[in-house]
Design a protein around this ligand. Structure first.
Ligand code: CA
Length: 229
């Protein structure tokens, strides 16, 4: 469930916003004081912040500025003065949206939903970017489950892919065949640790220039294998 923090010192407005957002299925908390609001926005794992401009303690300008230095949490700024909204827009503090009070609660809910959707898309696209491993000419796209060796795509079976990815994600760590079998194959898999040897051989044929002199997956005699970096 998405968590929203309302930083607002006018209790009736904060309560109204909270009621409508909770009816739409959000988890909502209110903070009435600026300094505490800033602390919480920085420390907590929030999905969106609704930020009033004029607050006791630190004001909305400053909260927005400091929060933006470290986090991309969507911020909707609200103010009773249209002039202030124009001013903060001009300052480019990095708020995602601006609303002039009074506004209809359903309008607020609609904008909150729009920003959350956009933010989730942004976050998940970052995750996809992070799911690529690149080591000395080998590129493994974990999301698409595809592998390239020096720019040329190679086909791997599901187990080969899992085994290669596991070793590449733990570079220079030596694993015994037993460990690898336990981690990559299901407990009820047919086969034994000799399966690991067979799969390593097949992976080498695809990624190594000379599979008798492997540059990536090394055999540590009497112990097991490691992905060398
Ligand atoms: Ca206020």
């Amino acid at each position: 469930m998405s968590r929203i923090l309302i930083i607002e010192d006018e209790e009736s407005i904060a309560d109204l916003e909270k009621d409508y957002l909770e009816l739409s299925g959000f988890e909502v908390e209110i903070e009435a004081e600026g300094t505490k609001g800033l602390e919480r926005a920085l420390a907590e794992d929030l999905d969106l912040v609704i930020l009033d401009l004029m607050l006791p303690g630190v004001d909305g300008f400053e909260i927005c500025r400091q929060l933006r230095e470290v986090k991309n949490t969507p911020i909707i700024m609200v103010s009773a003065k249209k002039d202030d909204i124009d001013k903060i827009r001009g300052l480019g503090l990095g708020a995602d949206d601006y609303m002039t009070k009074p506004f209809s609660p359903s309008e607020l809910v609609a904008r909150v939903k729009a920003h959350l959707t956009r933010y989730e898309r942004l976050v998940s696209s970052n995750v996809r970017e992070n799911a690529v491993i690149e080591i000395r000419g080998i590129k493994i796209d974990k999301t698409a489950r595809r592998v390239w060796v020096n720019g040329e795509e190679k086909n791997f079976t599901s187990r080969e892919f899992d085994l290669l990815t596991f070793l590449a994600e733990n570079p220079n760590h030596v694993f015994t065949k037993e460990e690898l079998f336990r981690r990559i194959w299901d407990m009820d898999s047919v086969g034994d640790i000799a399966t690991v040897t067979v799969h390593i051989k097949k992976i080498r044929e695809k990624i190594e220039f000379n599979s008798t002199k492997p540059q990536y997956i090394e055999t540590i005699w009497g112990v097991g294998y490691r992905f060398k970096v």
